[in-house]
Design a protein around this ligand. Structure first.
Ligand code: NAD
Ligand code: UD1
Length: 350
C-alpha cells in the first residue's frame, strides 16, 4: 500500500457530497469522489474544481458492485471515508423497498469490507433525523430512542447505524454517524447546489421552483397539526454548515479521539413551520409563493428540531448560517439552474 493521500467521498457528485468536497479541499485534503451518477451529473466534479481551485479525482463506480469497490480501494491510498452514497427519496423507497435496501445496505457493506481489508479506520456516515420518528420531547437529543422507521429509506438509515456499531466493535474501524436534520441552500458561488435527476419533493426546492415559475404553486401538506400555525416544523440547516461539520468530524476521527462509534445531531436547534418558510422566502426575495393547503403527507413527522449541544460541546461545531442565507443561496442556485438545465437536457446530442 502506497501513501494514503485521499479522503474517499462516496456520493461526492451529489448535493451534500459536492459541498463537502469543496470544504475538504479548502481544508487541504485531497479528495477522491466515487459516484455512480444515479442521482447526479458528472459536470459537478468540474464545478467543485472551479470553486476549490483544484479538481477532485473522480471515479464512476457503483458501490453495490463488490469487485469495483475493492478495485477502487486497491487503486488509491485512502486514509478515510465519508459515505454519502445512498438513494434518499422517501416515497420512492415505499414503492421500491428492495431497491433501497439493496443499494443503501450493499454499498455500505462493500465499502466497510474494503475499509477492513485495506486498513482504513476512519468513517463518517450520513444518517438522518428520521431515525427519531416523532420524538417524545423537543428539542431531540442523541440519547432519545430510535423509533420504528416510517419508510424503507428510514429503515436503511437505522440499519446502517446498527451495522456501523457492530463493525466498530469488531475491528479497528472508528465511525461518526451524523444525523442531518433538513439541509437546504447552496454554495454561495451558485456553481453547485441541489441538482437531482427528476422532480424535487423537498420543501425548499419546491419553493424555489414555484418562485422561478417552473411549478404553478406549493401544496402545503396539512395545516391541522398541533403547531402554532398548523403546519409541520423542521430544523433547516445550510448545506455549507453540514459540509463544515463533516470536516470537523473527520479531523476528530483522524486524531482518534472519542469512542469507536459516535452519533451526533446536525441541525441549528431552531424549528420553522412550512408557512414560516414561505413567508420568510417572500420577505427575503420579494417573490410571492402561491400555495394551497392540501392533505397531510403520509409518514410526515409533525415537528422536530435538534438539540445541538453534543456536537457543540464535543467538536466545538455550530451552525454559522441563518435562514436568510439558506433562502438567498437556494434562490441564487435555482436561478443559475435556469441557464444550466436546458444545456443538460440537450445532453451530448448536439
Ligand atoms: P444525493 O442523491 O444528491 O447524493 C447521493 C449521491 O450518491 C448521488 O450522487 C448518487 O448518484 C450517489 N449514489 C447513490 N447510490 C450509489 C451507489 N450505489 N454507488 C455510487 N454512488 C451512488 O443526496 P444528498 O442529499 O447529497 O444525500 C447524501 C446522503 O445524506 C445520503 O446518504 C442521504 O440519505 C443523506 N441524507 C440526506 C438528507 C437531505 O435532506 N438531503 C437528509 C438526511 C440524510
Ligand atoms: C424528508 C424525509 C426525511 C429525509 C429528508 C431528506 C419524509 C417523511 N421525510 O424530510 O426522512 O431525511 O426528506 O431527504 O419524507 N412540504 C410541503 N409541501 C411540499 C414539500 C414539503 O408542505 O411540496 C412540507 C412537509 O410536509 C414537511 C416540510 O415541508 O413538513 C419539509 O419537507 P421535506 O423537505 O420533504 O423534508 P422532510 O419531510 O422533513
Amino acid at each position: 500500500m502506497g501513501e494514503r493521500n485521499y479522503i474517499l467521498v462516496t456520493g461526492g457528485a451529489g448535493y451534500i457530497g459536492s459541498h463537502t468536497a469543496v470544504e475538504l479541499m479548502a481544508s487541504g485534503f485531497d479528495v477522491l469522489v466515487a459516484d455512480n451518477l444515479s442521482n447526479s451529473h458528472e459536470e459537478v466534479i468540474g464545478r467543485i474544481g472551479e470553486i476549490a481551485g483544484r479538481t477532485p479525482v473522480f471515479e464512476k463506480v457503483d458501490l453495490c458492485d463488490k469487485a469495483s469497490t475493492d478495485a477502487l480501494f486497491d487503486a488509491y491510498g485512502i486514509s478515510a471515508v465519508i459515505h454519502f452514497a445512498a438513494l434518499k427519496a422517501v416515497g420512492e423507497s415505499v414503492e421500491q423497498p428492495l431497491r433501497y435496501y439493496r443499494n443503501n445496505l450493499l454499498s455500505l457493506i462493500n465499502v466497510l469490507g474494503a475499509c477492513g481489508r485495506t486498513g482504513v479506520e476512519s468513517f463518517v456516515f450520513s444518517s438522518s433525523c428520521t431515525v427519531y420518528g416523532q420524538p417524545d420531547s423537543l428539542p431531540v437529543g442523541e440519547t432519545a430512542p430510535v423509533k420504528e422507521a416510517e419508510s424503507p429509506y428510514g429503515s436503511t438509515k437505522k440499519m446502517s447505524e446498527e451495522i456501523l456499531a457492530d463493525a466498530t466493535r469488531q475491528n479497528t474501524l472508528r465511525a461518526v454517524s451524523l444525523r442531518y436534520f433538513n439541509p437546504v441552500g447552496a454554495h454561495h458561488s451558485a456553481l453547485i447546489g441541489e441538482y437531482p435527476i427528476g422532480k424535487p419533493s423537498n420543501l425548499m426546492p419546491v419553493i424555489t421552483r414555484v418562485a422561478a415559475g417552473k411549478l404553478p404553486g406549493l401544496e402545503v401538506f396539512g395545516d391541522d397539526y398541533p403547531t402554532p400555525d398548523g403546519t409541520c416544523i423542521r430544523d433547516y440547516i445550510h448545506v455549507m454548515d453540514v459540509a463544515a461539520a463533516h470536516v470537523v468530524a473527520l479531523e476528530r476521527l483522524l486524531k482518534r479521539e472519542g469512542q469507536p462509534f459516535e452519533v451526533y445531531n446536525l441541525g441549528t436547534g431552531k424549528g420553522h413551520s412550512v408557512l414560516e418558510m414561505v413567508h420568510a422566502f417572500r420577505d427575503r426575495t420579494g417573490v410571492d409563493i402561491a400555495y394551497t393547503i392540501g392533505p397531510r403527507r403520509p409518514g410526515d413527522i409533525e415537528q422536530v428540531w435538534a438539540d445541538v449541544g453534543k456536537i457543540r460541546k464535543v467538536m466545538g461545531w455550530k451552525a454559522q448560517y441563518g435562514l436568510g442565507e439558506m433562502i438567498d443561496t437556494a434562490w441564487q442556485w435555482e436561478q443559475a439552474l435556469e441557464t444550466l438545465e436546458p444545456g443538460i437536457s440537450r445532453g451530448g446530442g448536439e
